[in-house]
Design a protein around this ligand. Sequence first.
Ligand code: ADP
Length: 245
Amino acid sequence: MNPVLEINNLTISFDGFKAVNNLSTSVKKGDIHFFIGPNGAGKTTLLDAICGRVKPASGNIIFHNGSDVTRLSEHEIVELGIGRKFQVPSVFNGITIYENMELAAVKVRSLYSSLFTKLTREQNERIKSVLNIIGLYEDRYRTPAKLSHGQKQWLEIGMLLVQQPEIMLLDEPVAGMGRKETEKTGELLRQISQQCSVVVVEHDMEFVRECANTVTVLHEGALLDEGDMEKVQKNPRVIEVYLGR
Ligand code: ADP
């Protein structure tokens, strides 16, 4: 599989402290790629760098078509096709699920500007298809207020998917979910990976085992091991710094 994202010798410093330290890795097209490691290992900082929230001290991040995204703005990076979902759900509870999807599809940033945007037939078809994928089609005319925590997370994932990103970045998508919702999220990610590459930061090891194709273990900002879960979970250093805890 070809890389859709390459990270080369990336170092991110905060007042001289290296949160990410000379990290090189790549994300393959269509992969479900997890970043794991102890608290403070640099996982969230890495996602922040990929989506343009923080700027590295050195190194670069190359998107598959050759674009160097390292110094682009968050907005420019979204436009290129790299979408990010944060840990806390941020859907609008006062409008319907369908309207939330409409806002996402046209990438508007306020309800006010959405009043002036008419969706194309293709965008509406895409919304319906995504609502089916996330299992909320039947609920589309309800507001998200009464959805479960898991369903709200899926709605947000759907709101990213409808923008047709090439890479989706997810920060602890199953945090706060029960086992059943976690399993459903795994199925959802597998389905999504047929359309776009999925990069996940996660602590739930059962979930990682269930759905990771590739796992990168970070420790103190650096790469400790990388490969499939089968491989990395046998590494004595990985067990020592993370899995054995
Ligand atoms: P993880 O997601 O693996 O838990 P983070 O990327 O959140 O780790 O943090 C890595 C390290 O960088 C931590 O020691 C954290 O305190 C530090 N850090 C993260 N963001 C900042 C910031 N904005 N300013 C200073 N230090 C930060």
